[in-house]
Design a protein around this ligand. Structure first.
Ligand code: G6P
Length: 431
């Protein structure tokens, strides 16, 4: 049994929080948490979600104290784990990220393309502030970053703070689960050689009980429908299995047309899902995570979080796919950038497996997207216009310098209120 004295959740008023708590309930035989401190800057959301969480814990008879606080220092102080799941500018900002790029025939998406860029820029200053609090009030704590774009935020924290950060996403375990389900086997029988960056990754090889079944998997995935939205010939041409977010790169014009034709953006849909969820959270008779939560894309992220916590605490030294410092794990990328690869996780921390060179079929795209991520970090930290323009320009979904500059200007202006690094005294920095 692992014991955790305190977990701090920054962005605790998120509609996802009951999912995290449900994870602790599901794993109550393996882990006991003394206190979960929820922090949020929105007192109303904190109260509603906090009330739900208190009922969940009470109903499950967990011996865990739930604290609700508007003070980040209080939340973080003495925590063993700090989970970050913030959304700076909330859903309204996401919807702008989704809509503005479409005017330029570029996809609007919260983690990909210009939308991901702006979300990163809004988030980086706040993520670094949280990191300063963790350095000060919980030195040695593990900082689990779920905040999107997870790869970019994790890279900003790796390069510009001293916290022990690990970036997390639910995609790898979902992919493992989907493959296991398609084959009718247990998840643990599947091992994925996962290479790339967060939301820009490929499964290079799939093993079932140690046997390489990549070819068979490619044939099977053709039948997976929406969960595998690619032309079967693409996977065969690449020789590796692309994962869900790569459709924005391999099928960009089609995704743009689809988004333009849609009545609502994903953010607008999520806003409605959240409305229904908050109704449930307010209901004093609601004792467990409502099923509607599965309509959010991050469902089951608690599994990734708790698995990681358990291995760090219990020195399990198992292999998990997380976002960490490259350090040479992918030979084709710089050492100091973030990558999403299989890592050995134990009391020592997180050590990535050496994945060597990327196949020629995917290398250039991965390098180019990484260049976008790193320019995005640089601009997000410094507020430099040149770095910001480079970030827009180098993104593979942005077709020209003219579009890059127009997108930059329009999107900076739209999000001005959340971009102190670009508008320190109300005017953009010249360099
Ligand atoms: C997936 C991604 C997450 C993302 C989520 C979006 O699970 O891996 O990074 O946050 O989808 O879900 P939403 O319900 O907000 O569209």
């Amino acid at each position: 049994m692992a014991k955790i004295a305190k977990v701090a959740v920054i962005g605790g008023g998120s509609s996802y929080t009951p999912e995290l708590i449900d994870g602790f309930i599901t794993h109550e035989e393996e882990v006991q948490v003394g206190e979960i401190a929820l922090h949020d800057i929105d007192p109303e959301r904190l109260e509603i979600v906090g009330g739900m969480v208190q009922r969940q814990v009470h109903f499950a008879e967990l011996d865990t104290k739930i604290t609700l606080t508007g003070s980040r220092q209080e939340a973080v102080e003495g925590a063993d784990f700090v989970v970050s799941q913030i959304r700076v500018g909330q859903m309204a900002a996401r919807i702008l990220d989704e809509k503005i790029p479409l005017k330029y025939d570029v996809i609007g998406q919260e983690t990909t393309g210009p939308g991901g860029t702006l979300k990163a820029w809004r988030t980086i200053p706040v993520a670094l502030e949280i990191a300063r609090d963790v350095e000060r009030y919980a030195p040695g704590a593990w900082f689990l970053n779920f905040t999107n774009p997870s790869g970019i935020i994790t890279e900003a924290l790796l390069k510009h703070s001293n916290v022990n950060v690990v970036g997390l996403c639910n995609n790898p375990i979902n992919m493992q689960h989907m493959i296991a389900e398609a084959l009718g086997v247990r998840d643990e029988q599947i091992f994925l050689e996962w290479v790339g960056l967060n939301h820009v990754n490929w499964v290079r090889r799939v093993y079932l009980d140690g046997q390489d079944i990549t070819g068979r998997m490619i044939d099977l995935l053709e039948m997976a429908g929406d969960e595998f939205p690619f032309d079967p010939e693409l996977a065969r041409t690449l020789g590796v299995i692309p994962t869900w977010y790569l459709q924005y790169y391999y099928d960009h014009p089609h995704k743009v047309a689809e988004a333009k034709a849609a009545e609502k953006t994903r953010g607008e849909v999520v806003r409605e899902i959240e409305k229904a969820l908050f109704e449930k959270y307010r209901d004093p008779n609601q004792m467990v995570k409502p099923p509607e939560l599965s309509q959010r894309g991050g469902a089951l992220y608690s599994e990734a979080a708790i698995r990681l916590m358990l291995s760090l605490l219990l020195d399990r030294r198992d292999v998990q796919i997380v976002v960490t410092r490259n350090g040479g794990a992918i030979a084709d990328l710089p050492e100091d950038v973030s990558v999403e690869v299989p890592c050995v996780v134990g009391a020592h921390g997180v050590i990535p497996l050496n994945m060597g060179h990327l196949p020629e079929t995917i290398r250039a795209l991965c390098q180019q997207v990484k260049s976008w991520e790193s320019w995005t970090v640089e601009a997000g930290v410094t507020g430099s216009r040149r770095a910001a323009l480079m970030a827009m320009l180098v993104n593979p979904l942005v077709p020209s310098f003219e579009v890059a500059r127009a997108l930059l200007d329009e999107m900076l202006e739209a999000h001005r209120a959340y971009l102190p690094q670009f508008f320190p005294s109300g005017t953009p920095s010249p360099e």
